[in-house]
Design a protein around this ligand. Sequence first.
Ligand SMILES: C[S@@+](CC[C@H](N)C(=O)[O-])C[C@H]1O[C@@H](n2cnc3c(N)ncnc32)[C@H](O)[C@@H]1O
Length: 187
Amino acid sequence: MRRRLFFELRYFLGRAPWDTGITPPEVVAFLDRTPPGRALDIGCGTGTNAVEMARRGWRVTGLDFSGRALRAARARAAAAGLKVDFLRGDASELRGVTGHFEYLLDIGCFHTLPPEGQSRYAQRVAGLAGTGGTYMLYTFLSNERADSLPSRASLERLFIPAFALTHFERGTDRQRPSAWATFVRAG
Ligand SMILES: C[S@@+](CC[C@H](N)C(=O)[O-])C[C@H]1O[C@@H](n2cnc3c(N)ncnc32)[C@H](O)[C@@H]1O
């Protein structure tokens, strides 16, 4: 509840520095090399990436718990004349999301979940990824102060062996350690 209000407030105040309206190059590179299928954008925010995927022919579901972000996402899709299935819900439950997806994307949502939410999320994501499906995660990472953010080791514990980790690239984001991780669903 507190997290949801935090995000609602940030969107309301226009203080959402992540909301750039630009699809990150890592996602563009994946979409450039992958034929369209079903995609799930977890914590889709105002729909920049969900709409970009739909523009490229993907059948997209976007989920977020912020009503304000989802209103903007629906308006973005409508303005582009594209159909995207936007759902309001909790990423750690992913209720109402069914079937299998070839591409699952999470930019900045997973790391906001509490540890028990992260475990449930990992189980749900594994169940929703089709064999060979790609799960791409952009996350803040824990630092020396041993905060509650994920580490590479905790990600591996949560997502392997359901997935193979195929790429892990560290970076910094507003002076905080971050990473792009790409997982492929094992058969
Ligand atoms: C840093 S923003 C990134 C938004 C979007 N992925 C982007 O790249 O613009 C994180 C998003 O995750 C959503 N979020 C955070 N925790 C969530 C949860 N437990 N369930 C659903 N959405 C959540 C927030 O409302 C927010 O839109």
